[in-house]
Structure formats: C-alpha cells, structure tokens
Design a protein around this ligand. Structure first.
Ligand code: 3PY
Ligand code: MG
Length: 250
C-alpha cells in the first residue's frame, strides 16, 4: 500500500502542514494541493458541500504528493467508511468529548477485530494499492478533535485510547466554550490550554495537531511543538490575498 507520508514525517519529529479546503471545488482543491503542503484536509463539517463533492476533491489531491485527509461532519460509521473507501488516508473527527466518543471513532476507522469498518474500499485500492486491506489499519491516521471543555477535561484519557493516533485542537470552539471570542487566538487561556494538550500528547506518545486561524498563531504553534498545523482555510487564504492586493493598489 502507498505509505502515509505523514507517518514518516511524524516519526522524524517534523512538523507537517495541511491545507484546508472547504469550498467543495476540485480545481481549487488541486490548486491548494499543488502549493507544497504535506497534506490537504477536505472539510465536510464546515465545508458547504456534501459527500458527493468529497470524491473529486480527493481525486484532485492525489494528482500531487499531498496526503489526502478529511474532517468528517460527525462521529458516524457511515460517512467515515465512505470517506475511507474514497481514499482518505486520515480522518479528523470533530467534537470528541469522551473516551467512548474516541473509541467509537477509532472503531469506525479500523477493520475487525479492532473496529467495525465494513469492507468495500472502492477507491482505496486505486489510491492505496492492491494490498489495501492488509495495511489500511496501520496506514490511516485517526485524530480526535478536542474543542469543548468536556473534551479538554477528558483529553488525557482520550489520548490513551488504543490506536487513536492523536488529537487535533479546534481553537475557535474551545474559545467559545471558555467564554472567549472564537477568533481570540492570542488569549492566554487558550494558549495555556494548547500548551497543556501538547504536553499531554508528548507524555503519551501521541500526535497533536491544530487549526491556526492566523499566521501569528501558526508561527506560535510551530514554537509550541505541534505535529500538524493547518494554517488557514482556502477561503481565508483567498480573502487575505485579495484584500492585500486591493489595499496595495488603492
Ligand atoms: C475550531 O477551531 O473549532 C475548528 O474546528 C477549526 O476548524
Ligand atoms: Mg470546531
């Protein structure tokens, strides 16, 4: 099976960068994927498109070397199975609050006996290779989002769920839960919480990723030692650069 390059980077303790596509368009996804990211995440939670659009987006990513990741819209076997069958090499699951949530997520991503993933890797074979079934459990990455007070309180236990590769921090939702503005990415409480989660990840030998809403935050996350950083969505990148060019020419 085609190796998961993210696993290689993580083994070498190198921070990986993921693009984040939420516009549901395969050409735009191909543009993002060709920019040099280590991975590209197709966001089915907040992306305004349905699962049918995820397939051409994953196909667009695989015209490049970027690893195809998805954020599922919820912790459900059906959608997660379809996305893996479509060739996703990693799943970021939103709103994982308890060990039970994390266990359900890990089971959805793994074939028996570890999990309940059903067999039918239609495009998994094409992207992954003929030995997909033998290697899939070891290849696909599972990242549980910590983005609520409850998830934060349970993070250490969640990190110890077997075969969960790590956590992915949702700073906007975590801010809201802490009574802060979603985009208050410089808030000391948020940054203390992130540092604490990074320490927990290191203690348990698990990965810690994050969405970074600003470049300042992305730089800070690099200093904090995050394993995986998403430095903005496709929409944020377009808006920022269009705004910058317009302002420069006015
Ligand atoms: C959050 O910040 O809550 C996220 O889910 C990032 O996409
Ligand atoms: Mg969120």
């Amino acid at each position: 099976m085609r190796p998961n390059k993210l696993r290689t980077l993580f083994a070498q303790k190198q921070m990986a960068l993921t693009g984040w596509v939420s516009m549901g368009d395969s050409l735009l996804t191909e543009v993002i994927a060709s920019c040099g990211y280590d991975a590209v995440t197709v966001d089915l939670q907040h992306g305004l498109f349905s699962i049918e659009s995820a397939l051409p987006m994953l196909q667009a990513i695989s015209t490049t070397d970027a690893v195809p990741l998805v954020r599922c819209c919820e912790n459900g076997l059906g959608e997660i199975n379809k996305l893996l069958d479509a060739g996703a090499y990693g799943v970021i699951c939103p709103l994982v609050n308890t060990v039970d949530d994390a266990e359900r997520f890990v089971r959805a991503c793994h074939y028996s006996p570890r999990g309940t993933r059903s067999y039918g890797p239609a495009r998994g074979f094409l992207y992954g290779g003929a030995d997909y079934f033998d290697q899939a459990n070891r290849t696909v990455l599972t990242l549980a989002m910590i983005e609520t007070n409850l998830g934060f309180a349970n993070a250490e236990a969640i990190l110890q769920v077997p075969d969960l590769d790590g956590i992915f921090i949702g700073p906007a939702d975590l801010n809201i839960e802490m009574g802060l503005a979603p985009d208050d990415y410089d808030a000391p409480r948020l940054n203390d919480a992130i540092r604490h989660l990074v320490e927990l990840g290191a203690r348990h030998g698990k990965l810690v990723g994050i969405f970074a809403g600003t470049m300042d935050m992305a730089q800070r996350m690099k200093q904090f030692g995050l394993d995986l950083v998403a430095p903005g969505t496709d929409i944020q990148l377009l808006k920022a650069e269009a705004g910058r060019r317009i302002a420069a020419l006015r």
